[in-house]
Unconditional design. Structure first.
Length: 293
């Protein structure tokens, strides 16, 4: 099964976000990804916006793309995620990262960690989140980064998926070992020609951990514009936005689903407007599904 979604940048243009998400719901899309950069002055809080949008929809699932664990530690993040899941009837998933912008993290008061420490903390945090979502009464942990002795609150309505936004080889290995999915970074951070190798690392790490690699959902996130006329959609390398007709977009997605294990596709429109969302839902998604049947 393939799924499709759109990305929202959480600016203060809340009315626009509500319109775009309403179009996504009406168009039958599955997911909405909301960027989560608490240190970005141009953005409002991602989880707060997700709560507002969940309350205005009935079917769409939402996830932060991705939450920096150093700024949303497990004890608090588990409560926020569980609350959003309960309030929405089980429609919240968790995109999670080690924290890729260290200057922004320390600038807003977060911990100063090396990349190795950040990954170690992420692995510890993933285990804690799962415990906090499943163990009744109390969680006690004597961890290096997140020691806890806390009573658990209301549990989520469903098993919240943890999709890690990993970029480097070590974080890919962590994803294969521990995560429910890989929220692949946009090509600006990991060019197209790096995706196959990244998927191979995740596969091998999953196998080494005794997991079926197919259990790790692969989420491709594509920046671009749906155009009326044909464009250059050579995505074998580089990081250029994809600009082409609905059929070109569909062919690209179908190739990713055939040649690599991607099964979820998130559209990052270069310009956030209703036309792009409706064309994606009405034209690109059906054409992709037709190619994959």
């Amino acid at each position: 099964m393939v799924e499709f979604g759109v990305q929202v940048t959480p600016t203060a243009a809340v009315g626009l976000h509500r319109e775009l998400v309403a179009a996504a719901e009406e168009g039958g899309l599955d997911l909405v990804a909301v960027q989560d950069h608490p240190y970005a002055p141009s953005q409002i809080d991602a989880l707060t916006l997700i709560g507002d949008l969940l309350a205005r929809t009935e079917r769409l699932r939402f996830f932060p793309d991705v939450s920096p664990l150093p700024l949303r530690p497990p004890g608090l993040l588990a409560q926020s995620a569980a609350a959003l899941d309960v309030l929405s009837g089980g429609r919240f998933e968790l995109g999670l990262g080690a924290g890729g912008f260290q200057r922004g993290i320390t600038g807003i008061g977060g911990p100063d960690r090396t990349p190795a420490e950040a990954l170690e903390a992420l692995a510890e945090g993933i285990g804690l989140l799962r415990r906090l979502w499943t163990e009744p009464d109390r969680v006690v942990a004597d961890g290096k980064y997140y020691p806890l002795n806390v009573r658990t609150g209301p549990l989520p309505l469903h098993d919240i998926a943890i999709w890690v936004g990993s970029v480097g080889p070590r974080s890919m290995q962590l994803t294969g070992r521990l995560a429910d999915g890989w929220a692949a970074p946009i090509p600006r951070y990991l060019p197209y020609d790096g995706w196959a190798g990244a998927n191979a690392i995740i596969d091998e790490a999953a196998k080494a951990a005794g997991r079926d690699p197919a259990e790790v959902v692969r989420i491709a996130q594509i920046v671009g514009t749906i155009t009326d006329g044909p464009g250059d959609t050579d995505t074998t390398q580089g990081d250029a936005p994809l600009r082409g007709t609905p059929d070109q977009w569909a062919a690209f997605f179908a190739r990713l689903a055939t040649e690599q294990p991607f099964r979820t596709f998130i559209f990052w429109p270069e310009q956030h407007d209703l036309t792009q969302i409706t064309r994606f839902a009405a034209d690109v998604v059906p054409a992709t599904k037709a190619l994959l049947t």
